[in-house]
Design a protein around this ligand. Structure first.
Ligand code: SF4
Ligand code: SF4
Length: 447
């Protein structure tokens, strides 16, 4: 047996204890100083004795169970198993997933928008008809996942109504899920009632902090303030589309970073018990027109630490979890279709003609881009990931960034956490557990 390469052993200065983590079993183990010292020697190859002579039987059993010690082939086999599951998911044919952009037009002018400058166009009826044809060309039994996006899709509400009516005529194509990504400004009672009749089950709306910062970030093109309108419209959803969940997204950047815990509290006080949850995302600099200061992925851990220490904010799940990853770009049966009928794999590529993978009329596909997105830019083709301790619990990050590096040498850093900062993560988790006295399901103690 050998020391797993997915182990992380360290002395926590903050908590004056010794911790050992394994990313395959995702277990955090607290150790006595004696066991810690022995494991340091084994890890560094300085103890030539067989491990069963160095460690007591009971301790060794627990460590083997936690995959701290593994057979020679175990770690490599884990990579293969994860890859197998990922590709099985990528190439499934039971679900057809479409992100439809009925327009590029938008009533907002957000400073970090990756679609800034796209033409003010709407989908024509012949494009809508070809989309129906496209849907019907997939296996009869495949279920449809539909998501409206734009621009601001609600500006093209008439297109949405028409397309939905046409889709619903095909009784054999079951609408498995129905989602809407909107800025929320136009989501009035009538639209909610319409979507309620068409089983809308998920809406994503962005609120970029408390009222003042939000109004500076989610800017209406005509200068109207948007915060109160959006919050009232979210209440329309609670009332008129009761089955629908709302994901409220806050794009955190340097100008609004203090607001996240405050917004969390404000929404909780206003909407406790309602069907929503707030998620924190970093605003991403996708192009030079971005007008906010964006953070790097690896700053997230310091941001979480700041929230934790300065605001005593503990309502986030710090602990890693097993992730297969995947997005529209990486599933073979997922497509983003723009108002002109151009087909893309990645949401951020829309409007960039060179990134189309095809068109709804010709159905000829760019196999280079398709294979790059699905196979060539994932974590299984990234030497850094294949060597990484966090491989089992990481989704590998965004393939678009790797593609941009491959094609244009655009620098990228998509790791959600730096290995050097793992101490910070586990120290916070440990403290969270101590403070909340949550059942320590992931923690095993070894004396
Ligand atoms: S490749 Fe990246 S930006 Fe594109 S859809 Fe996937 S996660 Fe999103
Ligand atoms: S994206 Fe970064 S953290 Fe994730 S597996 Fe790859 S190298 Fe590791």
């Amino acid at each position: 047996m050998k020391w797993s390469r997915y182990n992380y052993l360290y002395e926590s200065k903050r908590h004056n204890c010794f911790l050992l983590y394994n990313s395959i079993t995702n277990v955090l183990i607290s150790l006595s100083i004696d066991v810690y010292r022995k494991l340091c020697l084994i890890k560094n190859g300085k103890d030539s004795e067989p491990i069963f002579r160095v460690l007591e039987e009971e301790t060794l059993d627990k460590l083997i169970k936690a995959k701290i010690f593994v057979e020679d082939y175990d770690d490599e086999n884990f990579i293969l198993q994860k890859k197998f599951l990922k590709y099985k998911k990528s190439f499934q044919e039971k679900i057809l997933s479409l992100v439809l952009l009925p327009t590029y037009a938008c009533n907002f002018n957000c400073p970090y928008c990756y679609e800034a400058g796209l033409p003010y166009i709407f989908m024509k009826e012949n494009v809508e008809d070809m989309i129906i044809d496209f849907i019907n060309s997939f296996e009869v039994s495949s279920k449809l996942q539909l998501c409206w996006h734009g621009g601001e899709p609600l500006i093209a509400f008439n297109n949405i109504k028409r397309i939905l009516t046409k889709i619903e005529k095909n009784e054999k194509k079951e609408l498995k899920s129905h989602a809407l990504v909107t800025n929320g400004y136009l989501l009035d009672k009538d639209k909610c009632l319409f979507f309620n009749d068409h089983n809308l089950n998920l809406i994503q709306i962005t609120i970029d902090g408390l009222k003042e910062n939000h109004n500076k970030s989610r800017i209406h093109k005509s200068g109207y303030l948007t915060y109160d309108v959006i919050l009232n419209n979210i209440e329309n959803v609670f009332k008129y589309i009761p089955q629908c969940s709302i994901t409220i997204r806050m794009n955190v950047h340097a100008e609004n970073e203090e607001d996240f815990p405050l917004l969390y509290e404000e929404l909780k006080n206003r909407w406790e018990g309602q069907k929503y949850h707030l998620v924190m995302k970093y605003a991403n600099k996708h192009n030079d027109s971005c007008r906010v200061e964006c953070f790097n992925e690896k700053d997230k851990i310091f941001y979480a630490k700041k929230l934790f220490e300065n605001y005593n904010f503990t309502n986030f799940n710090l602990y890693p979890k097993f992730q297969l990853g995947g997005c529209t770009a990486t599933y073979s049966n997922s497509f983003v279709i723009d108002p002109e009928g151009d087909i893309y794999k990645c949401w951020v590529d829309v409007g960039k003609k060179e990134r189309r993978i095809g068109n709804i009329f010709t159905r000829k596909y760019n196999s280079f881009l398709l294979t790059e997105y699905i196979l060539g830019t994932d974590m299984y083709s990234d030497p850094k990931c294949l060597k990484c301790l966090l491989f089992p619990v990481c989704d590998g990050g965004c393939n678009l960034r790797r593609l941009n590096f491959k094609l244009n040498k655009a620098p990228y850093d998509l790791c959600p956490i730096d290995i050097e900062n793992l101490d910070i993560l586990f120290d916070m988790f440990y403290e969270q557990q101590l403070n909340t006295k949550v059942s320590k399901t992931r923690e095993v103690k070894i004396d």
